[in-house]
Ligand binder design. Sequence first.
Ligand code: PEP
Length: 239
Amino acid sequence: MKNNNKIIAANWKMNGSEELMKEFSQLTRSKHNDIIICPPFTLLDSAKTLLPNFIKIGAQNCSEEEKGAFTGEISASMLQEKSVSHVLIGHSERRRLFQETDDLIFKKVEAAIKSKLTPIVCIGETLSEKEANKTLQVLDSQITGSLAKIEPNKQVIVAYEPVWAIGTGLTPDENEIKETHLYIKTKLNQHFNTDIPILYGGSANSENCSQIISIDNVGGLLVGGASLKKHDFNAICNC
Ligand code: PEP
């Protein structure tokens, strides 16, 4: 059965505190959107204790390895033990700052699925790629590189995040979002036989969320900056 709920995912990045988590314990839900909060690893325990039950807990990254001599890394199975249900993979900051390639992202997606986590795989073009009219080409190669070898019956979530829209206050216009989401949907449908939600991410906030979320093939939002303010995030969760 098709699930018409929208997914609202919060990416706290390297931000947040026990105090903030306590504030977020007061989040309310008036609509039936699925809410996922991805705090830093160190706040996963407090997320479990403090957040209301309707909120799912996500992580921001996982290792492609299962265990062993990988100092500083955290495996998908360790996250699963912490009641994590989702994990962001291939965020543009990880691609750019930590040199994550589509091949590595594919391995992380596989590791997440093996540990029964739902990966939220981030894709999106940079400003120079957009200006060179390469957006669809970039999306095509990121999807092929990170998802084409995943079994077609697996459940994943894709987040389309134009890199130039992240943290800048800029968003694509409605037609651009429509075009990219349709392109991604069509490409995913050629491979997967499950319905893959496609989130939009990049400067989503409490003012633009209702409009963005109503665009065809937008399955929800991935929210960075605005997910750190309780009032704003609460409004987005209920948009
Ligand atoms: C993000 O980094 O995933 C993101 C969407 O950030 P922001 O909402 O701040 O643009």
